[in-house]
Design a protein around this ligand. Structure first.
Ligand SMILES: [Zn+2]
Length: 299
C-alpha cells in the first residue's frame, strides 16, 4: 500500500466513525493488536570509510527510524576490523570515529550493543594499553559491561559476550546468566542477543555458532516460560529456526558482502550467498509472542 492509499483509507475510516459508532467498534476489534515494543536488530555493520559505507549506513539508520522503533539492538562487528594482525592504532580510532558519526544520527533512540569478534584490537602494543581488548570496545559502544541485561515494558533483554574459548560463555558469565534468568518472575518474556548463533540453520551451513550450544539449550529449556527468542549475526546469513518453542534468528547483516558488490556466490548485488544486506524489525507482545521480520535495505 502506498502513502496516498493509506491517507485515503484512514480518511474514509474517520468519516465512517463519525457517522456510525457501530462501524467504528467493529473496525477496532478487527484491527491488529499492538506490540508492547517494536525494536530493530542491526548486526555486522562492519563500518569503514570505503564503498561509501558511512553514507549508506546513515541511510539505513534513517529507514530503521521510520519503522517507529522503541530502540535498537546492535549485534556486534560494528567496525570493519580491529582484530587482524597488521592493524595500527590510527586505523582503530578512525573506524570508531566513523561509527560514532553514523550512530549520532539515530538520536534520541537508544542503541544496546554486544561485542563482535572484529571489534577488539588484540595487537595493541601491550595488554596494559588502554585500547587493548574488550574494555575499550565496551567504552566505545557505551555499554555497561561485556555482558549485561535490562528490562523494558515487561520484556527482559540479555546481551551476551560469546568472544571466549571456541565461541562460548566463560564460566563466570554462564553463572551470571543462570542467576539472571533464575531471579526473573515466572513467565517474564526474555530476548537473548549474542554475536554468534546459538542454534539455527546458518551454523549448519557455515559454522560460526556457539560451541556451548547444548549447555545453553538446556538452560533455556529450564526457563522455557521466559526465553522466547535468541538473536545473532556473525554469519551474514538470515535464518529463523524454532526449537522447544524458542525462536533462533540469525539476522543477516547490515553490510551484506562487507559493503562490496559480492562474488560469484552472491545471489544479488551486495548479497552474501542468498542473503541481501538488511536488518530485522521485531514486534514483542505482552504475552511473550514475538515476530521477527528481516528487511533488505537496498542502500
Ligand atoms: Zn563476527
Amino acid at each position: 500500500m502506498n502513502r496516498r492509499d493509506i491517507i485515503k483509507g484512514s480518511g474514509l475510516l474517520a468519516a465512517a466513525s463519525l457517522l456510525s459508532p457501530a462501524i467504528k467498534a467493529a473496525t477496532t476489534s478487527g484491527s491488529k493488536r499492538k506490540p508492547a515494543l517494536t525494536i530493530a536488530h542491526i548486526t555486522d555493520v562492519h563500518i569503514a570509510a570505503g564503498d561509501n559505507a558511512p553514507e549508506r549506513f546513515i541511510q539505513c539508520l534513517a529507514a530503521v527510524k521510520k519503522q517507529g522503533v522503541d530502540f535498537i539492538l546492535n549485534g556486534g562487528d560494528s567496525i570493519m576490523d580491529a582484530s587482524y594482525d597488521n592493524v595500527k592504532r590510527e586505523q582503530v580510532t578512525e573506524l570508531w570515529s566513523i561509527w560514532d558519526r553514523c550512530i549520532e544520527t539515530v538520536k534520541p533512540y537508544a542503541v544496546y550493543s554486544c561485542l563482535g569478534n572484529h571489534d577488539m584490537w588484540w595487537k595493541a602494543p601491550s595488554e596494559q594499553d588502554e585500547m587493548y581488548g574488550k574494555p575499550y570496545v565496551v567504552k566505545r559502544l557505551k555499554i555497561p559491561a561485556r555482558y549485561y541485561s535490562f528490562t523494558k515494558k515487561g520484556w527482559h533483554f540479555v546481551i551476551l559476550d560469546g568472544n571466549n574459548d571456541k565461541i562460548s560463555l566463560d564460566e563466570e558469565q554462564f553463572k551470571w546468566l543462570e542467576n539472571d534468568l533464575q531471579q526473573l518472575a515466572p513467565g517474564t518474556p526474555t530476548l537473548v542477543m549474542s554475536h554468534y548463533p546459538i542454534l539455527g540453520v546458518t551454523p549448519t551451513l557455515v559454522g560460526g555458532g556457539h560451541s556451548d550450544h547444548v549447555k545453553l539449550k538446556n538452560l533455556f529449556y529450564k526457563h522455557k516460560d521466559k526465553v522466547k527468542i535468541c538473536l545473532s549475526g556473525h554469519n551474514h546469513l538470515a535464518d529463523n529456526a524454532l526449537y522447544n518453542g524458542i525462536h533462533y534468528c540469525c539476522n543477516g547483516s547490515m553490510s551484506g558482502f562487507w559493503w562490496g558488490a559480492g562474488d560469484k556466490d552472491s545471489a544479488g548485488k551486495g548479497y552474501y550467498f542468498e542473503t541481501p544486506p538488511g536488518y530485522a524489525i521485531l514486534r514483542l507482545y505482552e504475552d511473550g509472542q514475538v515476530e521477527n521480520e528481516y528487511i533488505a535495505h537496498g542502500y
